[in-house]
Write a protein that binds this ligand. Structure first.
Ligand code: NAD
Length: 484
Protein backbone atom coordinates (compact mmCIF):
# COMPACT_ATOMS: atom_id res chain seq x y z
CA UNK A 1 0.00 0.00 0.00
CA UNK A 2 1.24 3.48 -0.78
CA UNK A 3 0.93 6.14 1.90
CA UNK A 4 -1.78 8.63 0.94
CA UNK A 5 -0.50 12.18 0.41
CA UNK A 6 -1.62 14.66 3.10
CA UNK A 7 -4.47 16.67 1.70
CA UNK A 8 -6.54 19.72 2.51
CA UNK A 9 -9.98 19.01 3.87
CA UNK A 10 -12.75 19.74 1.36
CA UNK A 11 -15.72 21.92 2.29
CA UNK A 12 -18.97 21.19 0.48
CA UNK A 13 -21.90 23.61 0.42
CA UNK A 14 -25.47 23.13 -0.80
CA UNK A 15 -26.40 24.33 -4.30
CA UNK A 16 -29.60 26.37 -4.19
CA UNK A 17 -30.72 28.75 -6.93
CA UNK A 18 -27.36 28.66 -8.70
CA UNK A 19 -25.35 29.55 -5.57
CA UNK A 20 -23.30 27.60 -3.07
CA UNK A 21 -24.70 28.12 0.40
CA UNK A 22 -24.40 26.59 3.89
CA UNK A 23 -27.37 24.82 5.48
CA UNK A 24 -29.67 27.24 7.32
CA UNK A 25 -28.82 25.41 10.57
CA UNK A 26 -25.10 25.86 9.84
CA UNK A 27 -24.64 22.12 10.48
CA UNK A 28 -22.23 19.95 8.52
CA UNK A 29 -21.31 16.26 8.42
CA UNK A 30 -18.00 14.58 7.69
CA UNK A 31 -17.04 12.40 4.75
CA UNK A 32 -14.46 9.64 5.28
CA UNK A 33 -12.48 7.37 2.95
CA UNK A 34 -13.68 3.77 3.37
CA UNK A 35 -10.21 2.46 2.49
CA UNK A 36 -8.37 3.94 5.48
CA UNK A 37 -10.89 5.96 7.51
CA UNK A 38 -9.19 9.24 6.56
CA UNK A 39 -11.41 12.32 6.90
CA UNK A 40 -11.80 13.91 3.46
CA UNK A 41 -13.89 16.93 4.34
CA UNK A 42 -17.28 18.19 5.48
CA UNK A 43 -20.49 18.84 3.63
CA UNK A 44 -23.46 21.01 4.58
CA UNK A 45 -26.17 19.03 6.37
CA UNK A 46 -29.45 20.16 4.82
CA UNK A 47 -32.67 20.09 6.82
CA UNK A 48 -36.34 20.72 6.12
CA UNK A 49 -35.88 24.53 6.04
CA UNK A 50 -33.40 24.05 3.19
CA UNK A 51 -35.94 21.90 1.37
CA UNK A 52 -38.36 24.83 1.25
CA UNK A 53 -35.60 27.09 -0.12
CA UNK A 54 -34.56 24.52 -2.72
CA UNK A 55 -38.12 23.91 -3.90
CA UNK A 56 -38.75 27.66 -4.37
CA UNK A 57 -35.47 27.99 -6.26
CA UNK A 58 -36.35 24.98 -8.41
CA UNK A 59 -39.78 26.43 -9.22
CA UNK A 60 -38.10 29.63 -10.43
CA UNK A 61 -35.44 27.61 -12.26
CA UNK A 62 -38.14 25.53 -13.93
CA UNK A 63 -39.79 28.61 -15.42
CA UNK A 64 -36.53 29.57 -17.15
CA UNK A 65 -35.15 26.12 -18.02
CA UNK A 66 -38.37 24.69 -19.43
CA UNK A 67 -38.81 27.74 -21.66
CA UNK A 68 -35.39 27.33 -23.30
CA UNK A 69 -35.37 25.86 -26.81
CA UNK A 70 -34.34 22.18 -26.76
CA UNK A 71 -31.17 23.10 -28.67
CA UNK A 72 -30.07 25.26 -25.72
CA UNK A 73 -30.66 22.47 -23.21
CA UNK A 74 -28.79 20.11 -25.53
CA UNK A 75 -25.86 22.53 -25.83
CA UNK A 76 -25.48 22.93 -22.07
CA UNK A 77 -25.64 19.19 -21.37
CA UNK A 78 -23.05 18.54 -24.11
CA UNK A 79 -20.83 21.20 -22.59
CA UNK A 80 -21.19 19.55 -19.18
CA UNK A 81 -20.03 16.25 -20.73
CA UNK A 82 -16.91 17.96 -22.08
CA UNK A 83 -16.21 19.60 -18.71
CA UNK A 84 -16.67 16.30 -16.91
CA UNK A 85 -14.08 14.72 -19.19
CA UNK A 86 -11.74 17.67 -18.75
CA UNK A 87 -11.98 17.33 -14.96
CA UNK A 88 -11.91 13.55 -14.86
CA UNK A 89 -8.49 13.24 -13.16
CA UNK A 90 -9.73 15.11 -10.10
CA UNK A 91 -13.07 13.27 -10.17
CA UNK A 92 -11.31 9.91 -10.37
CA UNK A 93 -9.22 10.80 -7.30
CA UNK A 94 -12.31 11.77 -5.36
CA UNK A 95 -14.19 8.64 -6.44
CA UNK A 96 -11.32 6.46 -5.24
CA UNK A 97 -11.09 8.28 -1.92
CA UNK A 98 -14.73 8.84 -1.08
CA UNK A 99 -16.35 5.68 -2.42
CA UNK A 100 -13.50 3.15 -2.22
CA UNK A 101 -13.63 2.60 -5.99
CA UNK A 102 -10.67 1.15 -7.83
CA UNK A 103 -9.08 3.36 -10.44
CA UNK A 104 -10.66 1.21 -13.15
CA UNK A 105 -14.15 1.63 -11.74
CA UNK A 106 -13.61 5.36 -11.17
CA UNK A 107 -12.56 5.79 -14.82
CA UNK A 108 -15.61 3.84 -15.92
CA UNK A 109 -17.90 6.13 -13.88
CA UNK A 110 -16.42 9.22 -15.55
CA UNK A 111 -16.78 7.73 -19.04
CA UNK A 112 -20.30 6.57 -18.32
CA UNK A 113 -21.24 9.91 -16.71
CA UNK A 114 -20.15 11.75 -19.87
CA UNK A 115 -22.03 9.24 -22.02
CA UNK A 116 -25.21 9.76 -19.96
CA UNK A 117 -24.90 13.54 -20.37
CA UNK A 118 -24.48 13.23 -24.15
CA UNK A 119 -27.34 10.76 -24.45
CA UNK A 120 -29.63 13.00 -22.41
CA UNK A 121 -28.58 16.01 -24.50
CA UNK A 122 -29.83 14.19 -27.60
CA UNK A 123 -33.08 13.25 -25.90
CA UNK A 124 -33.81 16.93 -25.17
CA UNK A 125 -34.64 17.24 -28.89
CA UNK A 126 -36.71 14.07 -29.12
CA UNK A 127 -39.68 14.68 -26.87
CA UNK A 128 -42.04 13.58 -29.60
CA UNK A 129 -45.76 14.13 -29.41
CA UNK A 130 -48.47 12.37 -31.40
CA UNK A 131 -51.73 12.68 -33.32
CA UNK A 132 -54.48 10.11 -33.79
CA UNK A 133 -57.30 9.69 -36.28
CA UNK A 134 -60.68 10.95 -35.24
CA UNK A 135 -64.12 9.72 -36.34
CA UNK A 136 -65.46 13.27 -36.34
CA UNK A 137 -64.50 14.67 -39.76
CA UNK A 138 -63.39 18.13 -38.65
CA UNK A 139 -61.72 17.24 -35.40
CA UNK A 140 -57.92 17.23 -34.96
CA UNK A 141 -56.27 15.65 -31.92
CA UNK A 142 -52.75 16.41 -30.76
CA UNK A 143 -50.83 14.74 -27.97
CA UNK A 144 -48.10 16.93 -26.49
CA UNK A 145 -45.43 16.23 -23.89
CA UNK A 146 -44.73 18.68 -21.09
CA UNK A 147 -42.15 18.47 -18.31
CA UNK A 148 -43.56 17.67 -14.86
CA UNK A 149 -41.99 20.62 -13.02
CA UNK A 150 -39.81 20.01 -9.96
CA UNK A 151 -38.26 16.53 -9.84
CA UNK A 152 -36.29 15.13 -6.90
CA UNK A 153 -33.39 12.79 -7.73
CA UNK A 154 -32.17 10.59 -4.87
CA UNK A 155 -29.07 8.49 -5.49
CA UNK A 156 -27.02 5.78 -3.72
CA UNK A 157 -23.38 5.46 -2.71
CA UNK A 158 -22.21 2.63 -4.91
CA UNK A 159 -21.77 4.48 -8.21
CA UNK A 160 -21.94 8.00 -6.78
CA UNK A 161 -21.12 9.85 -9.97
CA UNK A 162 -22.73 7.73 -12.69
CA UNK A 163 -25.97 6.95 -10.88
CA UNK A 164 -26.36 10.50 -9.65
CA UNK A 165 -25.85 11.66 -13.23
CA UNK A 166 -28.40 9.13 -14.46
CA UNK A 167 -31.06 10.28 -11.98
CA UNK A 168 -30.43 13.96 -12.79
CA UNK A 169 -29.68 14.40 -16.49
CA UNK A 170 -32.73 12.77 -18.09
CA UNK A 171 -35.34 14.72 -16.07
CA UNK A 172 -33.31 17.86 -16.85
CA UNK A 173 -33.22 17.04 -20.56
CA UNK A 174 -37.02 16.80 -20.53
CA UNK A 175 -37.19 20.38 -19.21
CA UNK A 176 -37.73 19.66 -15.51
CA UNK A 177 -35.90 21.44 -12.70
CA UNK A 178 -34.13 18.97 -10.42
CA UNK A 179 -33.27 18.83 -6.73
CA UNK A 180 -30.58 16.19 -6.23
CA UNK A 181 -30.16 14.42 -2.87
CA UNK A 182 -27.00 12.30 -3.11
CA UNK A 183 -25.97 9.58 -0.68
CA UNK A 184 -24.68 10.81 2.69
CA UNK A 185 -21.68 8.50 2.12
CA UNK A 186 -20.51 10.42 -0.96
CA UNK A 187 -21.48 14.11 -0.75
CA UNK A 188 -18.19 15.53 -2.05
CA UNK A 189 -18.20 13.74 -5.39
CA UNK A 190 -21.84 14.77 -5.83
CA UNK A 191 -21.04 18.43 -5.22
CA UNK A 192 -18.21 18.23 -7.76
CA UNK A 193 -20.77 17.05 -10.34
CA UNK A 194 -23.12 19.93 -9.44
CA UNK A 195 -20.25 22.39 -9.98
CA UNK A 196 -19.67 20.96 -13.46
CA UNK A 197 -23.31 21.39 -14.46
CA UNK A 198 -23.32 24.97 -13.20
CA UNK A 199 -20.08 25.72 -15.04
CA UNK A 200 -21.79 24.42 -18.19
CA UNK A 201 -24.23 27.34 -17.95
CA UNK A 202 -27.39 25.86 -16.46
CA UNK A 203 -29.74 28.66 -15.39
CA UNK A 204 -30.01 29.33 -11.64
CA UNK A 205 -32.29 26.84 -9.94
CA UNK A 206 -32.45 24.33 -12.82
CA UNK A 207 -30.27 22.00 -10.72
CA UNK A 208 -30.15 22.26 -6.94
CA UNK A 209 -28.31 19.89 -4.62
CA UNK A 210 -29.03 19.17 -0.97
CA UNK A 211 -26.44 17.03 0.80
CA UNK A 212 -27.54 15.39 4.03
CA UNK A 213 -29.25 12.36 5.50
CA UNK A 214 -32.07 10.40 3.91
CA UNK A 215 -34.20 10.39 7.05
CA UNK A 216 -33.90 14.20 7.35
CA UNK A 217 -33.66 15.96 4.01
CA UNK A 218 -34.64 12.97 1.82
CA UNK A 219 -38.05 12.38 3.34
CA UNK A 220 -38.76 16.15 3.60
CA UNK A 221 -38.14 16.40 -0.15
CA UNK A 222 -40.30 13.42 -1.01
CA UNK A 223 -43.28 14.75 0.96
CA UNK A 224 -43.13 18.30 -0.40
CA UNK A 225 -46.38 18.93 -2.32
CA UNK A 226 -44.64 20.93 -5.07
CA UNK A 227 -42.45 17.94 -6.02
CA UNK A 228 -44.04 16.39 -9.12
CA UNK A 229 -41.61 13.56 -9.82
CA UNK A 230 -39.09 11.39 -7.99
CA UNK A 231 -36.18 9.53 -9.54
CA UNK A 232 -34.83 7.16 -6.90
CA UNK A 233 -32.01 4.61 -7.01
CA UNK A 234 -31.33 2.75 -3.79
CA UNK A 235 -32.47 -0.13 -1.63
CA UNK A 236 -35.89 -1.73 -1.90
CA UNK A 237 -36.71 -0.87 1.73
CA UNK A 238 -36.10 2.86 1.13
CA UNK A 239 -37.89 2.72 -2.24
CA UNK A 240 -40.97 1.25 -0.55
CA UNK A 241 -41.00 4.07 2.03
CA UNK A 242 -40.56 6.71 -0.66
CA UNK A 243 -43.30 5.14 -2.78
CA UNK A 244 -45.82 5.38 0.05
CA UNK A 245 -44.88 8.99 0.82
CA UNK A 246 -44.91 10.02 -2.84
CA UNK A 247 -48.50 8.87 -3.30
CA UNK A 248 -49.71 11.59 -0.91
CA UNK A 249 -49.10 14.07 -3.72
CA UNK A 250 -49.19 11.67 -6.67
CA UNK A 251 -45.57 12.40 -7.58
CA UNK A 252 -44.43 10.40 -10.64
CA UNK A 253 -42.10 7.62 -9.45
CA UNK A 254 -39.09 5.94 -10.99
CA UNK A 255 -37.70 3.36 -8.57
CA UNK A 256 -34.43 1.55 -9.33
CA UNK A 257 -34.05 -0.85 -6.43
CA UNK A 258 -32.15 -3.93 -5.29
CA UNK A 259 -31.44 -7.20 -7.04
CA UNK A 260 -30.43 -10.80 -6.36
CA UNK A 261 -29.31 -11.53 -9.84
CA UNK A 262 -28.95 -14.97 -11.39
CA UNK A 263 -26.09 -15.95 -13.67
CA UNK A 264 -26.88 -19.17 -15.54
CA UNK A 265 -23.85 -21.19 -16.58
CA UNK A 266 -25.04 -23.67 -19.20
CA UNK A 267 -23.32 -26.96 -20.00
CA UNK A 268 -21.84 -25.87 -23.34
CA UNK A 269 -19.73 -22.94 -22.06
CA UNK A 270 -16.04 -22.42 -22.52
CA UNK A 271 -14.98 -22.69 -18.85
CA UNK A 272 -12.26 -20.04 -18.98
CA UNK A 273 -14.55 -17.45 -20.60
CA UNK A 274 -17.34 -18.30 -18.13
CA UNK A 275 -14.99 -17.86 -15.17
CA UNK A 276 -13.76 -14.50 -16.45
CA UNK A 277 -17.33 -13.27 -16.91
CA UNK A 278 -18.26 -14.49 -13.42
CA UNK A 279 -15.31 -12.75 -11.77
CA UNK A 280 -16.53 -9.41 -13.13
CA UNK A 281 -20.23 -10.11 -12.59
CA UNK A 282 -19.85 -11.25 -9.00
CA UNK A 283 -16.90 -9.28 -7.66
CA UNK A 284 -16.86 -5.92 -9.51
CA UNK A 285 -16.75 -3.16 -6.85
CA UNK A 286 -16.78 -5.91 -4.22
CA UNK A 287 -20.30 -6.96 -5.21
CA UNK A 288 -21.69 -3.51 -4.29
CA UNK A 289 -23.58 -3.33 -7.57
CA UNK A 290 -27.35 -3.70 -7.87
CA UNK A 291 -26.86 -6.03 -10.86
CA UNK A 292 -24.09 -8.19 -9.31
CA UNK A 293 -24.21 -11.83 -10.37
CA UNK A 294 -24.74 -13.07 -6.83
CA UNK A 295 -26.58 -16.33 -7.64
CA UNK A 296 -24.70 -18.76 -9.89
CA UNK A 297 -26.90 -21.45 -11.41
CA UNK A 298 -24.67 -24.08 -12.98
CA UNK A 299 -25.63 -26.99 -15.23
CA UNK A 300 -24.26 -30.25 -13.86
CA UNK A 301 -22.37 -31.10 -17.06
CA UNK A 302 -19.87 -28.28 -16.45
CA UNK A 303 -20.19 -27.79 -12.68
CA UNK A 304 -16.97 -29.50 -11.48
CA UNK A 305 -14.72 -27.83 -14.03
CA UNK A 306 -16.35 -24.41 -13.70
CA UNK A 307 -16.44 -24.29 -9.89
CA UNK A 308 -12.85 -25.48 -9.43
CA UNK A 309 -11.59 -22.97 -12.03
CA UNK A 310 -13.68 -20.20 -10.45
CA UNK A 311 -12.29 -20.99 -6.99
CA UNK A 312 -8.71 -20.76 -8.30
CA UNK A 313 -9.44 -17.53 -10.18
CA UNK A 314 -11.17 -15.92 -7.17
CA UNK A 315 -8.18 -16.80 -4.99
CA UNK A 316 -5.93 -15.14 -7.57
CA UNK A 317 -7.76 -11.78 -7.51
CA UNK A 318 -5.46 -8.92 -6.58
CA UNK A 319 -6.76 -6.87 -3.61
CA UNK A 320 -4.16 -4.13 -3.37
CA UNK A 321 -3.84 -0.38 -3.73
CA UNK A 322 -6.99 1.18 -5.24
CA UNK A 323 -4.79 3.18 -7.64
CA UNK A 324 -3.15 -0.01 -8.94
CA UNK A 325 -4.90 -1.16 -12.13
CA UNK A 326 -4.53 -4.81 -11.11
CA UNK A 327 -6.69 -4.34 -8.01
CA UNK A 328 -10.00 -6.13 -8.50
CA UNK A 329 -11.99 -4.27 -5.86
CA UNK A 330 -11.66 -2.33 -2.62
CA UNK A 331 -13.44 -1.88 0.68
CA UNK A 332 -17.12 -2.07 1.50
CA UNK A 333 -18.61 1.34 2.12
CA UNK A 334 -18.89 1.15 5.93
CA UNK A 335 -18.89 -1.18 8.96
CA UNK A 336 -22.64 -1.79 8.70
CA UNK A 337 -22.15 -3.17 5.18
CA UNK A 338 -19.36 -5.45 6.37
CA UNK A 339 -21.49 -6.71 9.28
CA UNK A 340 -24.28 -7.60 6.84
CA UNK A 341 -21.90 -9.61 4.64
CA UNK A 342 -20.54 -11.45 7.69
CA UNK A 343 -24.06 -12.21 8.96
CA UNK A 344 -25.22 -13.55 5.60
CA UNK A 345 -22.15 -15.77 5.14
CA UNK A 346 -22.31 -17.14 8.69
CA UNK A 347 -26.03 -17.89 8.42
CA UNK A 348 -25.44 -19.73 5.12
CA UNK A 349 -22.60 -21.80 6.64
CA UNK A 350 -24.69 -22.58 9.74
CA UNK A 351 -27.46 -23.79 7.44
CA UNK A 352 -25.12 -26.17 5.62
CA UNK A 353 -23.68 -24.25 2.65
CA UNK A 354 -20.15 -25.24 1.68
CA UNK A 355 -17.51 -22.50 1.51
CA UNK A 356 -15.23 -23.11 -1.51
CA UNK A 357 -13.12 -20.05 -0.83
CA UNK A 358 -13.14 -16.81 1.18
CA UNK A 359 -15.52 -16.23 4.06
CA UNK A 360 -13.38 -13.73 6.01
CA UNK A 361 -12.13 -10.15 6.04
CA UNK A 362 -9.09 -9.50 3.84
CA UNK A 363 -8.12 -6.24 5.55
CA UNK A 364 -10.02 -3.24 6.95
CA UNK A 365 -13.40 -3.10 5.22
CA UNK A 366 -12.25 -5.33 2.34
CA UNK A 367 -13.83 -8.79 2.36
CA UNK A 368 -12.32 -11.80 0.61
CA UNK A 369 -13.86 -13.00 -2.67
CA UNK A 370 -16.20 -15.65 -1.34
CA UNK A 371 -17.79 -18.61 -3.07
CA UNK A 372 -20.50 -20.64 -1.33
CA UNK A 373 -22.04 -23.79 -2.78
CA UNK A 374 -25.54 -25.22 -2.31
CA UNK A 375 -26.96 -22.87 0.31
CA UNK A 376 -30.50 -23.81 1.42
CA UNK A 377 -32.76 -21.96 -1.00
CA UNK A 378 -34.72 -20.24 1.78
CA UNK A 379 -31.52 -18.78 3.25
CA UNK A 380 -30.86 -15.01 3.18
CA UNK A 381 -27.76 -15.54 1.04
CA UNK A 382 -30.02 -16.84 -1.76
CA UNK A 383 -32.98 -14.52 -1.18
CA UNK A 384 -31.70 -11.15 0.05
CA UNK A 385 -29.18 -8.63 -1.23
CA UNK A 386 -25.80 -9.24 0.43
CA UNK A 387 -24.08 -6.35 -1.40
CA UNK A 388 -20.61 -7.79 -0.91
CA UNK A 389 -18.10 -9.98 -2.78
CA UNK A 390 -20.06 -13.17 -2.19
CA UNK A 391 -21.46 -15.45 -4.87
CA UNK A 392 -23.37 -18.62 -4.11
CA UNK A 393 -23.75 -21.47 -6.55
CA UNK A 394 -26.37 -24.15 -6.99
CA UNK A 395 -26.09 -27.06 -9.42
CA UNK A 396 -29.03 -27.94 -11.68
CA UNK A 397 -29.70 -30.80 -14.08
CA UNK A 398 -31.10 -28.94 -17.08
CA UNK A 399 -32.35 -25.65 -18.51
CA UNK A 400 -35.81 -26.11 -17.03
CA UNK A 401 -34.38 -26.33 -13.50
CA UNK A 402 -32.02 -23.43 -14.22
CA UNK A 403 -34.89 -21.13 -15.24
CA UNK A 404 -36.92 -22.18 -12.19
CA UNK A 405 -33.96 -21.40 -9.89
CA UNK A 406 -33.42 -18.03 -11.59
CA UNK A 407 -37.06 -17.10 -10.96
CA UNK A 408 -36.87 -18.13 -7.28
CA UNK A 409 -36.64 -14.50 -6.18
CA UNK A 410 -38.82 -11.58 -5.17
CA UNK A 411 -36.38 -9.39 -7.10
CA UNK A 412 -36.11 -9.23 -10.88
CA UNK A 413 -33.44 -6.75 -11.91
CA UNK A 414 -30.93 -8.41 -14.20
CA UNK A 415 -29.75 -11.86 -15.30
CA UNK A 416 -26.90 -13.29 -17.33
CA UNK A 417 -26.90 -16.53 -19.30
CA UNK A 418 -23.47 -17.88 -20.19
CA UNK A 419 -23.88 -20.07 -23.23
CA UNK A 420 -22.84 -20.27 -26.87
CA UNK A 421 -26.18 -21.84 -27.77
CA UNK A 422 -28.31 -18.78 -28.51
CA UNK A 423 -31.44 -20.85 -29.04
CA UNK A 424 -31.31 -22.14 -25.45
CA UNK A 425 -30.15 -18.71 -24.33
CA UNK A 426 -33.18 -17.03 -25.87
CA UNK A 427 -35.53 -19.63 -24.41
CA UNK A 428 -34.12 -18.71 -21.00
CA UNK A 429 -34.21 -14.94 -21.72
CA UNK A 430 -37.89 -15.04 -22.57
CA UNK A 431 -38.82 -16.89 -19.38
CA UNK A 432 -36.57 -15.27 -16.78
CA UNK A 433 -38.50 -12.60 -14.90
CA UNK A 434 -35.98 -9.75 -14.91
CA UNK A 435 -35.83 -6.26 -16.43
CA UNK A 436 -32.70 -7.26 -18.38
CA UNK A 437 -31.35 -10.64 -19.54
CA UNK A 438 -27.88 -10.72 -21.09
CA UNK A 439 -26.79 -13.66 -23.23
CA UNK A 440 -23.14 -14.64 -23.32
CA UNK A 441 -22.62 -11.96 -20.64
CA UNK A 442 -22.77 -11.58 -16.86
CA UNK A 443 -25.66 -9.69 -15.29
CA UNK A 444 -23.99 -6.29 -14.72
CA UNK A 445 -24.43 -4.41 -18.00
CA UNK A 446 -24.86 -0.69 -18.59
CA UNK A 447 -25.78 1.42 -21.58
CA UNK A 448 -27.02 5.01 -21.48
CA UNK A 449 -29.76 4.19 -24.00
CA UNK A 450 -31.03 1.00 -22.36
CA UNK A 451 -34.26 0.81 -20.34
CA UNK A 452 -32.82 -0.22 -16.96
CA UNK A 453 -35.22 -1.32 -14.25
CA UNK A 454 -36.72 -4.29 -12.59
CA UNK A 455 -39.60 -6.66 -12.11
CA UNK A 456 -41.07 -7.28 -8.64
CA UNK A 457 -39.18 -5.79 -5.70
CA UNK A 458 -36.50 -4.41 -8.03
CA UNK A 459 -38.63 -1.37 -8.73
CA UNK A 460 -40.84 0.37 -11.25
CA UNK A 461 -40.28 2.48 -14.33
CA UNK A 462 -37.18 2.35 -16.51
CA UNK A 463 -34.20 4.71 -16.58
CA UNK A 464 -32.03 5.49 -19.59
CA UNK A 465 -32.47 7.14 -22.99
CA UNK A 466 -35.94 8.18 -24.05
CA UNK A 467 -37.50 5.86 -21.46
CA UNK A 468 -36.33 8.29 -18.77
CA UNK A 469 -37.12 11.56 -20.48
CA UNK A 470 -40.62 10.35 -21.38
CA UNK A 471 -41.17 9.10 -17.83
CA UNK A 472 -40.61 12.62 -16.54
CA UNK A 473 -43.17 14.26 -18.83
CA UNK A 474 -46.94 14.61 -18.69
CA UNK A 475 -48.97 13.82 -21.80
CA UNK A 476 -51.55 16.39 -22.77
CA UNK A 477 -54.37 15.72 -25.27
CA UNK A 478 -55.41 18.82 -27.19
CA UNK A 479 -58.41 18.59 -29.49
CA UNK A 480 -59.34 21.23 -32.06
CA UNK A 481 -62.65 21.63 -33.86
CA UNK A 482 -61.88 22.75 -37.42
CA UNK A 483 -65.45 22.73 -38.76
CA UNK A 484 -68.36 25.15 -38.16
P1 NAD B 1 -30.27 3.46 0.43
O1 NAD B 1 -31.65 3.07 0.11
O2 NAD B 1 -29.80 3.27 1.84
O3 NAD B 1 -30.03 5.02 0.13
C1 NAD B 1 -30.23 5.54 -1.17
C2 NAD B 1 -30.54 7.02 -1.05
O4 NAD B 1 -31.79 7.18 -0.38
C3 NAD B 1 -29.52 7.82 -0.24
O5 NAD B 1 -29.31 9.06 -0.85
C4 NAD B 1 -30.22 7.99 1.09
O6 NAD B 1 -29.80 9.13 1.81
C5 NAD B 1 -31.66 8.15 0.65
N1 NAD B 1 -32.66 7.84 1.70
C6 NAD B 1 -32.56 6.98 2.73
N2 NAD B 1 -33.70 7.00 3.46
C7 NAD B 1 -34.54 7.89 2.87
C8 NAD B 1 -35.86 8.33 3.14
N3 NAD B 1 -36.56 7.87 4.17
N4 NAD B 1 -36.42 9.24 2.30
C9 NAD B 1 -35.74 9.71 1.23
N5 NAD B 1 -34.47 9.32 0.93
C10 NAD B 1 -33.88 8.42 1.74
O7 NAD B 1 -29.32 2.71 -0.62
P2 NAD B 1 -27.74 2.67 -0.64
O8 NAD B 1 -27.27 1.80 0.48
O9 NAD B 1 -27.17 4.03 -0.79
O10 NAD B 1 -27.47 1.94 -2.05
C11 NAD B 1 -27.46 0.56 -2.20
C12 NAD B 1 -28.78 0.06 -2.72
O11 NAD B 1 -29.09 0.69 -3.96
C13 NAD B 1 -28.76 -1.41 -3.02
O12 NAD B 1 -29.97 -1.98 -2.58
C14 NAD B 1 -28.67 -1.48 -4.53
O13 NAD B 1 -29.17 -2.65 -5.11
C15 NAD B 1 -29.47 -0.29 -4.92
N6 NAD B 1 -29.12 0.14 -6.26
C16 NAD B 1 -30.01 -0.07 -7.28
C17 NAD B 1 -29.66 0.26 -8.59
C18 NAD B 1 -30.59 0.01 -9.76
O14 NAD B 1 -30.33 0.52 -10.85
N7 NAD B 1 -31.66 -0.75 -9.60
C19 NAD B 1 -28.41 0.83 -8.86
C20 NAD B 1 -27.54 1.02 -7.78
C21 NAD B 1 -27.91 0.70 -6.49
Amino acid sequence: MTTPAPQTLLKGQLWIGGKETPALSGETFASYAPEDGRKLGDAARAGSADVARAVSAAERGFAVWSALPPAERERMLLRAADLLEAESDALIDLLIDESGSTITKARFECRYGASLLRTAAGEARRLYGDTFPNDRPHRLSLVLREPLGVVVAISPFNAPLALLAKMVVFPLAAGNAVISKPSEETPLIALAFARILHAAGLPDGALNMLTGYGSEVGSALVTHPAVRGIAFTGSTATGQKIGQLAMQHMARLQLELGGKNPLLVLGDVDVEAAVNATLLGAFYHGGQICMSSSRLIVERAVADDYLSALKAAAEGLHLGDLRDERTAYGPLIHHGALDKVRRHVQAALDAGAQCLTGGAVHRGLTYQPTLLVEPPRENAIWREETFGPVACAVIVNDLEEAIAAANESDYGLSAGVLTNDMKRGLQAARRIRCGGVHLGLHSFQSDALAPVGGFGLSGMGRSGGHYSTEHFTELKWISIELGE
